[in-house]
Ligand binder design. Structure first.
Ligand code: FES
Length: 138
């Protein structure tokens, strides 16, 4: 797909906004963690996300498709569902009861791998995290 005219300008503007934001975060000394998001079809997106943001916010801020996050991170929609790479499943904070309840509404949840990205805060310990998107949300 090739963007034309106004769409191209908007895309460039969004890209520049992101780069400026990223540079600002780095200049504030915030640490970044590398997160790999893999679309259901296999396309990988490797991005750096500032510590303190959630894995969902990292996807949203980098325009990564497949994580819809309809409720904005309030743990009320399950449209930020991913499968955490098995190598990482035990390294994440435990699922709290609210997240566990909401995962019941996710599309094809997998015990031990399904998580809501809005409930996972990025930290040094998550540098290198790999998450895979389900075929669809809901
Ligand atoms: Fe709605 Fe995560 S964004 S549950």
């Amino acid at each position: 797909m090739t963007l034309q005219g106004e769409e191209s300008g908007v895309a460039k503007s969004l890209c520049l906004d992101y780069l400026a934001q990223n540079t600002k975060l780095r200049s504030k000394g915030l640490k970044m963690a590398k997160i790999t998001y893999i679309e259901h079809g296999g396309k990988e997106h490797v991005v750096e996300v500032a510590n303190g943001l959630t894995v969902m916010e990292g996807a949203r801020d980098n325009n990564i498709p497949g994580i819809e996050a309809d409720c904005g991170g309030a743990c009320a929609c399950s449209t930020c569902h991913v499968y955490v790479d098995p190598a990482w499943a035990d390294k994440l904070p435990d699922i709290d009861p609210m997240e566990e309840d909401m995962l019941d509404f996710a599309y094809e949840p997998k015990p031990g791998q399904s998580r809501l990205t809005c409930q996972i805060k990025v930290s040094d310990e998550l540098d290198g995290l790999v998450v895979r998107m389900p075929e669809r949300q809901i």
